[in-house]
Design a protein around this ligand. Structure first.
Ligand code: 13P
Length: 256
């Protein structure tokens, strides 16, 4: 009988538009003992720096530190000013990328269709997409959470096979909880993450039990343990509280 706790916990920091490359390098060096601690406790640890810091972090962090891009283009090259492609990430041994973060959905017109193209392109290259979904405050208040999140999951992961999605990570981040200090209750986080897993089961079958689903939105050292105790929450995607090494260490310590 398969049991939920077979999924390896994942703590992923999203640095957004923060840290100079020099600061990112400093963090990468300081994080080495934390990666060792995480390894001993069967936890995956990672960060998503800005593009300009990716190489520094990859070079100076522990080899087991997951280093993720915050975005990627679905085409391999061409006339797409300001964009970065998968081969460009691979050249620096970056094999993870966030897709569809709510800030990109809001400010950069990242649609479910565009996310789908990115997820497909990443999986085709054996990379790991962290596909982000979540409803706005207005949608939450209108009781539309599952309609919105269900559509984001179905459209963003359209036309993929069960074999392909095994390595995928999904992150549920209610937009109203991001950077606001208004974190979702553990009941909401578990309810929506379970709903996401049910949608994944419907789309891909039993492999859905292996897909890691993260919660994100005002996760702090004080509340991370409660989220990670939810049966369908396999980790956290953390913004603000992942920026300082002490706080990042406290996040890790509190889920060990
Ligand atoms: P905060 O943890 O700062 O609320 O950000 C969450 C987030 O958007 C992570 O991707």
């Amino acid at each position: 009988m398969w049991c939920f706790n077979m999924r390896k916990k994942l703590l992923l920091g999203n640095w957004k538009m923060n840290k100079l490359a020099s600061e990112a390098k400093e963090f990468a060096i300081a994080s080495s003992p934390l990666v060792n601690k995480a390894l001993k406790n069967n936890i995956d640890l990672g960060v998503a720096p800005t593009y300009l810091s990716l190489a520094q972090v990859k070079q100076h962090a522990h080899p087991n530190m997951i280093v993720a891009a915050q975005n990627v283009h679905f085409q391999t090259s061409g006339a797409f000013t300001g964009e970065i492609s998968i081969p460009m990430l691979k050249e620096f041994a970056i094999t993870w990328a966030l897709v569809g973060h709510s800030e990109r959905r809001t400010y950069d017109n990242e649609t479910n269709e565009k996310c789908n193209a990115k997820v497909k392109a990443l999986l085709a290259e054996k990379m790991v997409p962290v596909y982000c979904v979540g409803e706005t405050l207005a949608e939450f208040e209108a009781g539309q959470t599952k309609v919105i999140v269900g559509t984001q999951v179905r459209d963003g992961l359209k036309d993929l096979t069960a074999e392909q999605v095994k390595e995928l990570v999904v992150a549920y981040e209610p937009v109203w909880s991001i950077g606001t200090g208004k974190n979702a209750s553990t009941e909401i986080a578990e309810d929506v993450c379970k709903f996401i897993r049910d949608v994944l089961k419907d789309m891909f079958g039993p492999i859905a039990e292996e897909i890691r689903i993260l919660y994100g939105g005002s996760v702090k050292p004080e509340n991370i343990k409660a989220y990670l105790s939810c049966p369908n929450v396999d980790g956290a995607l953390v913004g603000g509280a992942s920026l300082k090494i002490d706080s990042y260490e406290a996040l890790l310590n509190n889920i060990i």
